[in-house]
Design a protein around this ligand. Structure first.
Ligand code: SF4
Length: 453
């Protein structure tokens, strides 16, 4: 839970020794509460206080890591009910179900597609995270699990038969699969299995009282990598349970429900469009894992996009790292443009550069996520910062000419920038990115400038 300055202050030595770089312990506590400093900067805090502080600061919903390697995802770890109160941290993992009873070709088609499908959006790669394999007693479970394992995706193994799970787990041990599921009858045996294979365990119960009792029992035997699955009868119960679980955990009313939650919208419909809508509802309303029955672009893409939007920090714009980007295959005679690191600006400009079919270098300045005009108005993008960027990026080693194209909205700084960068020709680009392709048609490679100049 997010701690207030006074909650942190009570653990500090209160000597005001200033060794942390702040004049008082309270000033330091305020910075820690705002997330700007780490508690380890206090040189005098005891190990005991550090531990106590860490446990008070732990999120009310446990963070659980599933999967391996680059497919690893964190689920849970949320601290607020509403995104605008702070931010949501760990995007809902999206999984696709593979039932054992599917025809052989369909199983292969789905697994191959899940392994390969991805979308690029504002520089981020959006893709599904988990393959959920359901045992239906057809004798193919182990083969399908192995196929799914080979995609490198995280796995969820769904079987009512504990022996079946025991048989397949050794071969996929390093994937740390999610085990589905434990109930009030089998939870002790399932916990032993989950512990042996470092897996997390889905706990299923038909009401929240029962669920809290089971998780309390599991906690007593020293296991906490739990995911909750409320067994509900209809869509309104699903929504109600998702909200109740989050609310109970965040407010601390039922601490035993402080775990990530899984939703399976396909349980309520055979219509994939309606299933997508329920998937969207589940992502918006607190499901940490959403399992879909099929992999179709028209259902997956909108959900991935919704997830991207909900799980970005509302207080921080999406940014592209500062640097020199190569668009196409630029060489020493290619044009050099400058823009800001607001992701949307970068992707519009780089997209138009690609459309122009003129390979170019694009220098991106860190403007703290502000667009060019806003950055200029806030004095974060000016002649001084651009000339510093040109030097920092060592562009002179990449290009033979000395022509720098700046955004059209920066007309006022051309003269100043020429003073800052002696020997450079500063050219004003278009005000709108859509005009870049036409603008670059005037680029003269041999002259390293524009034909009309
Ligand atoms: Fe207080 Fe620790 Fe900072 Fe010293 S180092 S002023 S004890 S917070």
């Amino acid at each position: 839970m997010a701690l207030k300055p006074l909650d942190i202050f009570k653990y500090l030595p209160k000597t005001n020794c200033k060794e942390c770089g702040f004049p008082t312990c309270l000033a330091f506590a305020m910075q820690v509460a705002m997330g700007k400093e780490d508690i380890s900067k206090c040189t005098r805090i005891s190990e005991e206080s550090k531990k106590a502080l860490a446990s008070s600061a732990a999120p009310p919903i446990r963070t659980i890591t599933v999967g391996r390697g680059s497919s690893k995802v964190n689920i849970g770890g949320e601290t607020v009910l509403f995104r605008h109160e702070k931010t949501f941290y760990n995007p809902s993992a999206i999984g696709i179900l593979i039932k054992e009873s599917l025809p052989e070709e369909e199983i292969h088609r789905k697994i191959e597609m899940i392994g390969n499908i991805q979308y690029e959006r504002v520089g981020l790669v959006l893709k599904p995270d988990i393959i959920a394999v359901e045992d239906e007693g057809k004798g193919k479970f182990s083969d399908i699990v192995n196929l799914a394992y080979n995609t490198g995706k995280s796995l969820m193994l769904m079987s009512k038969n504990i022996q079946t799970l025991k048989n397949v787990l050794p071969a996929v041990r390093d994937a740390k699969p999610i085990l589905f599921s434990a109930n009030e009858e089998n939870f002790k045996e399932m916990v032993l299995l989950a512990k042996e294979f470092s897996s997390c365990l889905v706990v299923m119960a038909e009401n929240l009282e029962k669920m809290a009792c089971i998780t309390a029992e599991i906690e007593k035997i020293g296991f906490q990598d739990i995911v909750l699955y409320p067994e509900v009868k209809n869509v309104s119960e699903l929504l109600e349970h998702l909200v109740l679980i989050r609310n109970s955990a965040i407010t601390g009313r039922i601490r035993e429900l402080g775990y990530p939650v899984i939703a399976m919208p396909y349980m309520f419909t055979d219509d994939i469009i309606y299933e997508s809508i329920l998937g969207a509802m589940s992502i918006a309303k607190y499901a940490s894992v959403v399992i879909l029955s099929d992999i179709k672009g028209e259902m997956l893409f909108p959900l991935l996009l919704e997830r991207l939007n909900i799980f970005t920090d509302p207080q921080r714009p999406l940014v592209t790292p500062e640097g020199l980007y190569e668009i196409g295959k630029p060489d020493g005679k290619s044009p050099l443009l400058i823009t800001s690191n607001f992701s949307l600006t970068y992707f519009i400009v780089s997209g138009e550069l690609e459309n122009s079919k003129v390979s170019a270098f694009l220098g991106v300045q860190d403007t703290e996520g502000l667009s060019v005009l806003t950055a200029w108005a806030a004095d974060k993008m000016n002649a001084e910062t651009i000339s510093a960027l040109v030097k920092k990026l060592k562009v002179e080693e990449k290009i033979s000419h000395r022509t720098l194209i700046i955004p059209g909205v920066l007309a006022q700084i051309v003269g100043e920038l020429e003073d800052e960068l002696p020997g450079w020709k500063i050219v004003l680009g278009p005000r709108e990115a859509s005009k870049i392709p036409a603008f670059l048609r005037g680029w003269d490679r041999e002259a390293g400038s524009f034909k009309s100049e």
